[in-house]
Design a protein around this ligand. Structure first.
Ligand code: AMP
Ligand code: MG
Length: 421
């Protein structure tokens, strides 16, 4: 009996491991060569085009981190309490220009600029206030420079705050606002067009005849692409007809950075797509050592990259997470980082033969002790799309892995980590 192919086999043409396929894909992709300027509030999930340097110190001035009393540290007693005269109050947003002298302090609020001559704030909870201008402060446990925030301690003027290629998250919007940036140069979003292929596919609103199914992939893909912050172009369903395919692909190539299709790439008799692709583009056909989602077609049509995903509803999503997201990140101007994976206790028995990397749909949750557990959603066929909708992660079983028993450790990858990382 012939053993299952494994990654250690001598290279069989067109057969790739998942990892090698990702490497090849991103090797062929370039960040889009265009930028646009956007108001800051529209920059979430955009990618920084040029290094952002700070024109300011943040904070802009030395200030108090707490509500309390500001003074020269040397004024505090070695032990016990010393009485001070409160010469005024420093509020955030106002300046207090008078330095406290011998036996004097300034009442100070969080965020208020430090008065001159001050190098210590004693928090108000440790003070004994007598009347409006008398307070006793302890010496014990106090330190010079305590409860102060120094100018530039978060961001120094001239520092690179966000490098080119940085993916903008909510905190970045806040950081940019703290620098007074109200417009930012970001990469243009990649334009991704996609369509489904198959004579059996009906669009929503159409009547199903015997043997027809609704085109679900276009909706899963639409959702996935919207989570990836791209501009998407939905090109509908294309019949299994070479002329219609050729026309649609050429249209898509004229207006896209990436074209995705689903279906029509297996070796069924209606799979014309290969012939058409070879005629109008440079295309490779890969058999990937994975389950589900074996065949993948990748290449270029004109200026656009092309990625032909399998037709099976689960396979299309699995291959999207594994291959299309790295491509989109690269096109977007981001660096590709492999997905984070987490160790979990497997609560299901899983059948598996060594040879391919498997992506089993699972639900991962923490138990009462904080340990992560993962269990299969149920049937795992590549047509069982509800397995994706119930799951929050894949249990990823590597090529060499054999069967898994309940209680074994497995690695999980959460769906919502793929793009955000
Ligand atoms: P194919 O790769 O075209 O041979 O398709 C493989 C399987 O996936 C077949 O059962 C198709 O009916 C199904 N399929 C292909 N495209 C879609 C789609 N857009 N929506 C739902 N199922 C599909
Ligand atoms: Mg088909």
């Amino acid at each position: 009996m012939k053993p299952e192919p494994s990654c250690n086999d001598p290279a069989e043409p067109g057969v790739l491991s998942v990892t090698d396929a990702v490497d090849r894909l991103i090797e062929h992709a370039q960040p889009v060569a265009a930028a646009c300027k956007l108001p800051l509030r529209d920059c979430l999930h955009r990618v920084v085009y040029e290094d952002v340097r700070s024109g300011l110190d943040v904070p802009g001035h030395d200030n108090s981190a707490m509500d309390g009393y500001a003074l020269a540290f040397d004024q505090l007693p070695e032990s016990g309490y010393r009485r001070f005269r409160v010469i005024g109050t420093a509020y955030a947003g106002q300046t207090f220009e008078r330095a406290p002298g011998d036996g004097e302090c300034v009442r100070i609020m969080t965020g208020a600029a430090l008065p001159p001559g001050v190098d210590c704030v004693v928090i108000q909870e440790q003070a004994r206030r007598f009347d409006d201008d008398q307070v006793e402060l302890p010496g014990k446990g106090q330190k010079r420079n305590q409860n102060l925030r120094r100018a530039g301690e978060d961001i120094a003027r001239g520092a690179t705050v966000l490098p080119r290629g940085h993916f903008i998250r909510p905190a970045d919007l806040g950081v940019l606002a703290s620098l007074g940036v109200n417009e930012l140069k970001v990469f243009r979003r990649p334009r991704v067009s996609f369509f489904s292929t198959g004579d059996e596919l009906k669009s929503l609103g159409e009547q199903l005849e015997k043997g027809d199914i609704y085109d679900s992939n276009r909706y899963s893909l639409n959702g996935l692409l919207r989570e990836c912050a791209v501009d998407l172009i939905d090109m509908g369903v294309v019949r299994d007809d070479p002329e219609a395919l050729r026309r649609t692909l050429l249209d898509a190539a004229g207006c896209s950075d990436l074209i995705l299709t689903s279906g029509g790439v297996s070796v069924g008799e209606a799979d014309y797509i290969k012939g058409v692709l070879e005629e109008i583009g440079q295309i490779s056909f890969w058999k990937i050592l994975m389950k589900p989602g074996r065949p993948l077609t990748f290449g270029r049509i004109g200026e656009a990259l092309f990625c032909g995903l399998p037709g099976n509803p689960v396979a299309v999503m699995v291959t999207f997470y594994q291959f299309v997201i790295p491509l989109i990140k690269t096109l977007s101007g981001r660096a590709y980082l492999p997905p984070l994976s987490f160790e979990a206790v497997c609560d299901s028995d899983i059948r598996k033969n060594p040879g391919r990397r498997e992506f089993q749909r699972a639900i991962a949750e923490m138990d009462e002790t904080g340990r992560l557990h993962a269990r299969l959603t149920g049937r795992q066929g590549s047509g069982i799309l509800t397995s994706m909708s119930q799951a929050n992660c894949f249990i990823v079983l590597d090529e060499q892995q054999g069967p898994v028993a309940r209680g074994d450790r497995v690695r999980v990858e959460f769906f919502d980590q793929y793009f955000s990382r």
